[in-house]
Design a binder for this molecule. Structure first.
Ligand SMILES: [Zn+2]
Length: 384
């Protein structure tokens, strides 16, 4: 074979999903709450509790042992390790943070990681089996996509990747046992299952509530991914809320006032002076989400993705990009704060968790739910 042939990508040389899955046995998850901490205490290790702190470029324990990286192995696999009030299976790795203080990782087997993500992402007490199964496959797929396709060295334990709080913490007698059993059954039923398209894991994003229609992966994150689909349960609930009938336990609508001080900070961050004077949507998707907005400031204007604006002011405050009303009205001058009324929660790409729950209640399987939100993808069963 000549040099030209050797340099051509050959399909058979691309790793199969099975090979990619086998190459990721353990997941490295950064514990974001501890980023830059001066001290990290890990309990449950083979040599007891370890209080670690940074000295120069080394990590030092209370006995004076210093290392570039401290790796803590649990004394009992059953009880795991305890860090910052949470319990983790696998190992804890503590190393100097690139900027300051310490950084801690949990090195955990993929299926234990998936269990932790499902527990952190869903309300386990009320979750339906199909809802748990769909979430488990989406969580596993996203992990493989991020670690394999994007060649990322680690995942975050917050919503920027997937929420993960270690071992599922289900308390409360017989009911808790039933909840734990349901979770374990869903994990066993979907073990090793990955959502694939074109022979590769898909970017299986999900969000809390779409509000009636999901949005395009390409519009929000760039690149190929989930396409918009209608979500009938959300659409029906949104219609009821417009008529004044809102389920207080699961409202889709929200409202907030972004304070003047926050708007001033954003104006400075995007370089348009000391105040945002107008905020005008430029493009919207078919579901009514604001994609790009124009910000007119005291010293200039700029156009930014509304999703970036949401992150700057706080996604807990501005819960989605589907804005139904503002005060002052769009186009009018903002004098003080900006009142926003919207519908849905999260970025709106891929699987809608509220919709998945209602589809599960109506009898859909986990596979049917995923096929609905990820058109053209199929589930591949790998041997983990
Ligand atoms: Zn929905």
């Amino acid at each position: 074979m000549g040099p030209i042939e050797r340099s051509l990508p050959v399909d058979s040389e691309r790793p199969t999903v099975e090979e990619s899955v086998r190459s990721v046995r353990d997941v490295r998850v950064v514990l974001t709450a501890l980023e830059g901490s001066p001290e990290v205490t890990v309990a449950g290790g083979r040599s007891g509790a370890r209080k670690l702190r940074r000295v120069g470029d080394l990590v030092l324990d209370a006995r004076g042992q210093a290392a570039c990286v401290q790796e803590i192995v649990p004394s009992s696999k059953r009880y795991g390790l305890s860090v910052d009030g949470r319990t983790y299976r696998g190992r804890i790795i503590v190393e100097p943070h690139p900027e300051r203080g310490l950084r801690a990782f949990n090195l955990v087997e993929i299926e234990d990681y998936v269990a932790g993500v499902v527990a952190a992402e869903l309300v386990l007490w009320s979750a339906e089996p199909a809802e748990l199964e769909a979430q488990a496959i989406a969580a596993r797929t996203f992990a493989f996509y991020a670690l394999g396709t994007l060649a990322r060295p680690f995942l975050r334990d917050d919503a920027l990747d997937q929420a993960y709080r270690g071992v599922p913490n289900v308390r409360g007698g017989a009911g808790a046992q039933a909840v734990t059993n349901r979770l374990e059954l869903a994990l066993a039923a979907t073990r090793g299952q990955v959502l694939v398209r074109g022979g590769q894991p898909v970017d299986a994003r999900y969000h809390a509530a779409c509000g009636g229609r999901t949005t395009s992966h390409e519009l929000i994150f760039g690149g190929p991914g989930a396409v918009p689909v209608d979500c009938m349960p959300c659409a029906e609930r949104a219609r009821s809320e417009v008529k004044g009938s809102r389920d207080p336990r699961r409202p889709l609508g929200w409202s907030t006032t972004v304070p003047a001080k926050t708007l001033q900070r954003v104006a400075a961050e995007v370089g348009i002076g000391s105040q945002i004077e107008r905020l005008t949507p430029q493009t919207e998707d078919r579901g009514g989400r604001w994609i790009d907005v124009r910000l007119d400031g005291s010293e200039g204007s700029t156009a930014i993705a509304f999703d970036d604006f949401r992150h700057m002011v706080g996604t807990q405050r501005v819960k989605s990009a589907h804005i139904v009303r503002t005060w002052p009205a769009v186009g009018e001058r903002v004098e003080q704060g900006l009142f926003l009324e919207g519908i849905g929660r999260g970025h709106g790409v891929g699987l809608c968790q509220e919709g998945a729950r209602d589809y599960a209640l109506s009898g859909w399987s986990g596979e049917q739910i995923l096929a609905h939100y990820f058109r053209g993808a199929r589930i591949e069963r790998t041997q983990l």
